[in-house]
Write a protein that binds this ligand. Structure first.
Ligand SMILES: [Zn+2]
Length: 351
C-alpha cells in the first residue's frame, strides 16, 4: 500500500511541476497586443460578439432556434410583463436572448431530449426539451448533471399525468384525466371488495368520457359515421381500423384492438366481481391508463400529420414546429431539410 502512495505522490509532484514550468515559460508571451519586435508573438483573439455567433453555427434549424428563443424570453420576462400590465411600470430589465445553440440530443428510454446552451444579456441557461424546461448555468454548471436532473424531474411529473401529449391534450381530455386521477387516488385508499369494484366503475367511466372528449375535439371527424360513442369496443375497433390501416400495421392494429376490448371487459367484470381483489383493481387501472395512452398517441399522430419518415431521404429524424408568422405546422427533416406544411384549421378534417 505504501508503495502505491509513493507513486501517486511522485506523479502529482511531477504534474504540478510541469504545469508551473509551462506557465512561467509562456506567461510572458501571452498578451492581447502584438509585439512588433517579435514576429512569433502569440495573440489571443478578442471574444466574438454574441450576436455574431449564430452565423457561425451550422446545421441548426432557424425555426427550432426561434421556438427556444421565444420560450426563454417568455419564461424570463413573465414577472416583468406582469408588473407592466398591473402598474404600467417596472424596475426589472428585459432579458433578451443573444445566442442559442443546440449542444446535443440524447435518447433516454425512447424519448429524445435536446439540450440548448442559451446566452442572454443577463444570464446563461441550459434549456432541455420534452417537455421544455430551463436551468441556470450558474446554479447547475454541469450539463450532464442537469440532463440527469431534468429526466428525473420529468419522470416524476409524468408519473402523475400518465396521458401522452402536452398541455393541449390536457385541455381537451380534462374529464378523462380527472377520472383516471381519481381512480388512482381511490386505489391508494381501497381496502374492501366494494372499493375494488368502484375502481372498475371509475375505469369504465374514464373510457367512455375519453371517447366523448376526443370526438368533441374533432380528432375523428374525418372517419364518417363511427358507431355510437357509448359502445366502446365497436367505437375503438372503428377508429383503430381507420388510423392503423394497411398490411404493415396488421400487428399494431391487432394489439390495439385487443387491449381496448379486453380492458373494457375487465373493467365491466370488476364492477360486479364478488371476488374482486386488490391486484384485480391494480390490473384494471393500469390497463385503462395504458389503452387511453395508446389511443391518444394514435389520435395525435394523425392530428400532427407528421410522417414517420422523410419522403426524400427516408430519415426518421422529423421535427414538427408551429410557425406563428405563417400560422402553420411544419414537419421538417433534420437530415435533408425537406418540409411539409399544413394550417391548423384543416388538422381535424383533412388528417
Ligand atoms: Zn430527409
Amino acid at each position: 500500500m505504501s508503495g502505491f502512495r509513493n507513486v501517486r505522490l511522485r506523479l502529482r509532484k511531477t504534474g504540478s511541476g510541469l504545469a508551473t514550468h509551462l506557465i512561467t515559460r509562456y506567461a510572458g508571451r501571452m498578451n492581447d497586443k502584438p509585439d512588433a519586435e517579435n514576429p512569433n508573438d502569440c495573440i489571443i483573439p478578442p471574444e466574438l460578439p454574441k450576436t455574431e455567433l449564430r452565423n457561425l453555427v451550422s446545421e441548426q434549424s432557424e425555426h427550432e432556434v426561434r421556438e427556444i428563443v421565444d420560450y426563454i424570453e417568455w419564461q424570463c420576462n413573465k414577472k416583468r410583463e406582469h408588473e407592466l400590465e398591473e402598474t404600467g411600470t417596472t424596475e426589472l430589465a428585459e432579458e433578451i436572448v443573444q445566442h442559442a445553440e443546440k449542444i446535443k440530443t440524447e435518447r433516454v428510454m425512447g424519448t429524445d431530449y435536446s439540450v440548448w446552451d442559451v446566452h442572454t444579456n443577463l444570464n446563461r441557461w441550459w434549456v432541455i426539451t420534452n417537455p421544455t424546461n430551463l436551468y441556470s448555468q450558474i446554479l447547475m454548471p454541469s450539463l450532464d448533471y442537469t440532463l440527469s436532473f431534468h429526466i428525473g424531474l420529468m419522470a416524476r411529473v409524468q408519473a402523475r399525468r400518465e396521458i401522452a401529449g402536452g398541455d393541449e391534450v390536457f385541455d381537451f381530455l380534462s374529464i378523462t384525466q380527472r377520472k383516471i386521477y381519481q381512480a388512482q387516488l381511490a386505489f391508494d385508499e381501497a381496502d374492501e371488495i366494494e372499493d375494488f369494484q368502484g375502481i372498475g366503475l371509475q375505469c369504465r367511466e374514464a373510457m367512455t368520457s375519453f371517447t366523448r372528449e376526443v370526438v368533441a375535439a374533432g380528432l375523428f371527424d374525418d372517419l364518417g359515421e363511427p358507431p355510437k360513442k357509448g359502445d366502446f369496443i365497436a367505437w375503438s375497433d372503428h377508429v383503430i381500423g381507420a388510423r392503423a390501416a394497411g398490411g404493415a400495421a396488421e400487428y399494431v392494429r391487432g394489439y390495439l384492438k385487443a387491449i381496448c376490448q379486453k380492458g373494457w371487459q375487465l373493467a365491466n367484470w370488476l364492477t360486479h366481481a364478488k371476488n374482486a381483489t386488490r391486484s384485480d383493481a391494480a390490473l384494471c387501472l393500469s390497463a385503462t391508463e395504458h389503452l387511453v395512452h395508446e389511443l391518444i398517441t394514435l389520435a395525435l399522430k394523425s392530428k400532427a400529420r407528421s410522417p414517420e419518415k422523410c419522403g426524400r431521404c427516408s430519415s426518421f429524424k422529423i421535427n414538427v414546429t408551429w410557425r406563428p408568422d405563417e400560422e402553420e405546422y411544419v414537419a421538417s427533416c433534420e437530415m435533408c431539410g425537406a418540409e411539409g406544411r399544413w394550417p391548423p384549421s384543416s388538422v381535424a378534417s383533412e388528417a
